[in-house]
Design a protein. Structure first.
Length: 157
């Protein structure tokens, strides 16, 4: 018996076919394999990815997000203790409208690790889903200015 979510999409381009495969892995298979801990494990996986793909600038980070099909990343605000990013894309809007996606922890972990490397401070990142005319994900990366990292090549969080 087929369920509504078992209906195969009909990609109209090679890119759509690729994204379908990506979504199968990310939104169906990984949560099934990881179980209840999928959000925290994806957060740590994002941090691990950031260590494997270190970048020196925010511009490189923005380019990486686009190349990885995470979406269009925009730096919204930076203070002495936080950086706020906004992530948008048609894919994000589609996932949220179909309620196929509950979190963006992989991206949150990636951002936390990148900023930790940049600031040499222990960081953490939180996500907030904003629904509206244009759906977006808001990431707030925060750190304590006193919580320095002794070896920037080692993730302390």
């Amino acid at each position: 018996m087929k369920k509504d979510n078992d209906i195969l999409p009909q990609p109209t381009s090679e890119n759509e076919g690729y994204l379908f495969g990506y979504e199968l892995m990310r939104d169906v298979l990984l949560p099934e394999l990881l179980g209840k801990e999928d959000h925290s494990l994806l957060y740590w996986a994002g941090r691990t990815l950031a260590r494997k793909y270190p970048m020196d600038t925010t511009e490189e980070l923005i380019q990486f997000f686009a190349a990885a099909n995470f979406g269009e990343l925009l730096l919204k605000e930076e203070t002495s203790k936080t950086i706020t990013f906004e992530l948008t894309s048609d894919r994000i809007s589609d996932l949220l409208s179909k309620r196929k996606h509950e979190g963006f922890q992989l991206e949150a972990g990636f951002l936390a690790e990148h900023i930790q490397r940049q600031k040499d401070r222990v960081t953490e990142s939180f996500e907030e889903i904003k629904r509206g005319k244009e759906d977006k994900i808001i990431f707030t990366v925060q750190w304590d200015r006193k919580d320095e990292i002794s070896d920037p090549n080692v993730s302390e969080v």
